[in-house]
Design a protein. Structure first.
Length: 61
């Protein structure tokens, strides 16, 4: 695999895991951290999907 795609997939995984752990540890009243949790998951997913697409694109070119 391409090094950039591996780094992007790894960074996305780390952002998702650390974001979920942060939101679980610092959980507030009535789900006050839910927008923050969704933001962490969205950014981590974008990085992961970007890494997968970069890998596919580099193989095609």
């Amino acid at each position: 695999m391409n090094l950039l795609s591996l780094l992007m997939i790894g960074a996305g995984f780390v952002v998702e895991v650390l974001g979920v752990l942060f939101c679980v540890v610092n959980s507030g009243d009535a789900g006050i951290n839910m927008p923050l949790l969704f933001g962490f998951l969205a950014i981590g997913s974008l990085l992961t999907v970007g890494g997968v697409f970069w890998h596919i694109l580099s193989k095609r070119l």
